[in-house]
Design a protein around this ligand. Structure first.
Ligand SMILES: *Cc1c(COP(=O)(O)O)cnc(C)c1O
Length: 226
């Protein structure tokens, strides 16, 4: 089931687009099933759950070498449960969090890869930067490079949770246009090249808007289990 879902997604995914298999609320056995089917990049949204899976994997004989992205809201008191284990934090949703990650990077001699989460969805509950704040941050980083221990690799966004394809397209278009605008404005920030948009219900649409990463959970693993 998991391997069949992955195979059909791989078939439709253009080369150069990274599939992040979102394994939150699914057991490690499901992660291992996906790994056996060739999947290497996984996304988690809760620090505790990530840390638990990482430790269980490390304790296995021939510990599988998989790569983790963090995709959920991250509280600054949980950085040490997440940052040592992930190759990318996709969900940096405030300047305060970015500053704290930068500080962690400095303290630990690392440069942390991040995406800035842009708020576009109609839901108030969704997190993220508004355009104005993104613009200011990017210009400042391009100008004086104040955050030396983060590498800003692009934007992440979530479309409104709706049946209206038109509304989803409008959200993706807004993110994609702003992504390109920032790239043109700050060409010196040449790590800024990832556009992470698209989930189970809308990833094929996201590809039309230039997604370089899609984050898919339910369509691979089924309904979340706990
Ligand atoms: C849970 C989650 C996903 C995956 O959602 P599905 O609809 O199950 O594919 C993608 N991105 C983020 C940020 C998530 O929290």
């Amino acid at each position: 089931m998991i391997s069949e879902s992955l195979t059909s997604i791989y078939k439709e995914l253009p080369s150069g687009v990274e599939l992040v298999a979102v394994s939150k609320f699914h057991p490690l056995s499901s992660v291992l099933e996906a790994y056996a089917a060739g999947q290497r990049v996984f996304g988690e949204s809760r620090p505790q759950e990530l840390e638990k899976k990482v430790k269980e994997l490390a304790a296995m004989p021939d510990a599988p070498q998989l790569r983790w992205h963090f995709i959920g809201h991250l509280q600054t008191n949980k950085l040490k449960m997440v940052l040592p284990y992930v190759e990318l934090v996709q969900s940096v949703d405030s300047l305060h969090l970015l500053q704290e990650i930068d500080k962690w990077g400095k303290d630990n001699g690392k440069v942390v890869n991040v995406l800035l989460e842009m708020h576009v969805a109609a839901e108030e509950t969704k997190q993220g930067f508004v355009e104005e704040d993104l613009l200011e941050l990017m210009l400042r980083q391009a100008d004086t490079h104040p955050y030396k221990n983060v590498r800003i690799c692009g934007l992440m966004g979530m479309a409104t949770n709706t049946d209206s394809e038109e509304d989803v397209r409008a959200d993706f278009e807004r993110i994609a246009d702003f992504f390109e605008y920032l790239q043109d404005l700050c060409p010196e920030l040449d790590d800024f090249k990832e556009l992470s948009i698209g989930m189970s219900g809308d990833w094929k649409i996201a590809l039309e808007y230039g997604a370089t990463m899609v984050r898919i959970g339910t369509a691979i693993f089924g309904e979340r289990q706990y």
